[in-house]
Design a protein around this ligand. Structure first.
Ligand code: ADP
Ligand code: MG
Length: 306
């Protein structure tokens, strides 16, 4: 008999799918407990990593859940007592929107950081309602950075420099990337030790992944020997479809332990949250989507402390 976790419920409640650990449609009791713990700020602490973990959330396909994963994992880690910095590196600024951080023209942002060499301290903003969470937003200016960086000295390691120079007490840096493998993503790969790849459980999910993995290998060989794909998260998993199960199986066979046990279910609540400038954890703490991101963050934190 495994112990009963007052916040997350008993393992039986959360681990119903034998292949995929997916707290979809959780029992009302577990739901209410988690929601109350989140609202009351009484969540247990997650372990601090042995050293600051810098993770790039990358996949050159759009719409696979990079931004959703970045903001929700970041929120979950910060709610459990960890210090987290999100760097929005996508000109669309979706992560900034989802965290409710102002990112209109004129705001100091990841553009100033990359192109003008401004320090993170000058660009960072606090995220309302999440005390341990900071965000460097992205403004539309960043759309030009891809070209402006080309003639610059050490153009691929500017983000790395900025993060190294930022000596504040931060446990996790999560970098949200645009859906391409240009200079912005390259900067993120050079600045990180770990790659977190969200994979959407759809047909074509694995197509294009080879290109990302080859890029990771190239960066590792030439620019950042410490880089590794440490974490894969299955997103938009629909346990009712055979296809989602097949994709999940294939990803697990191929990537083994790198794949988190938790898969994020397809959930309307997750897609609604950004329009309120909120993570799904704040928007609907007891929902299956929120629970799965809390659980994914717990796995990530456990791996970081191991
Ligand atoms: P990316 O950053 O890779 O482009 P997003 O995180 O922005 O992907 O997700 C793409 C769209 O899918 C967004 O509208 C988002 O709200 C929605 N979405 C993401 N994850 C889920 C999910 N698990 N269930 C339902 N909708 C989701
Ligand atoms: Mg995005």
């Amino acid at each position: 008999m495994q112990p009963h976790d007052p916040v997350y419920g008993s393992p039986d409640e959360a681990h119903r799918d034998p292949l995929i650990h997916q707290p979809q449609d959780p029992p009302i009791a577990a739901e209410a407990r988690t929601a109350a713990a989140i609202r009351g700020g009484s969540l247990p602490r997650m372990p601090k990593p042995n050293r600051r973990r810098v993770m790039v959330v990358a996949n050159q396909k759009g719409g696979v859940g990079k931004t959703t994963t970045t903001v929700n994992v970041a929120a979950a880690l910060s709610m459990h007592g960890l210090k987290v910095l999100v760097i929005d590196l996508d000109p669309q600024g979706n992560a900034s929107t989802a965290l409710g951080v102002p990112h209109h023209a004129g705001v100091s942002s990841s553009y100033e950081l990359l192109v003008e060499g401004t320090g993170i301290k000058e660009c960072v903003q606090e995220v309302e309602g999440l005390p341990g969470l900071l965000c460097v937003p992205a403004t539309i200016d960043l759309a030009g950075a891809e070209l402006e960086l080309v003639p610059m000295v050490a153009r691929e390691s500017r983000l790395h420099k900025a993060i190294e120079a930022y000596t504040e007490d931060i446990d996790y840096v999560l970098i949200d990337c645009p859906p391409s493998l240009g200079l912005l993503t390259l900067n993120a790969l050079v600045a990180s030790r770990e790659v977190l790849i969200p994979i959407q459980c759809e047909y074509y999910a694995l197509e294009g992944l080879g290109q990302l993995l080859r890029n990771v290998d190239l960066v590792k060989a030439h620019l950042n020997p410490d880089l590794a794909v440490s974490t894969i998260l299955l997103t938009m998993y629909d346990s009712r479809t055979r296809l989602a199960q097949q994709v999940a199986e294939e990803v697990r066979t191929h990537f083994g332990d790198t794949v988190l046990k938790t898969a994020v279910p397809r959930s309307v609540r997750i897609s609604e949250a950004p329009s309120y400038g909120q993570t799904v954890i704040a928007y609907d703490p007891g929902s299956a989507g929120a629970l799965s991101y809390l659980e994914a963050a717990r796995e990530i934190a456990a791996a970081g402390a191991a």
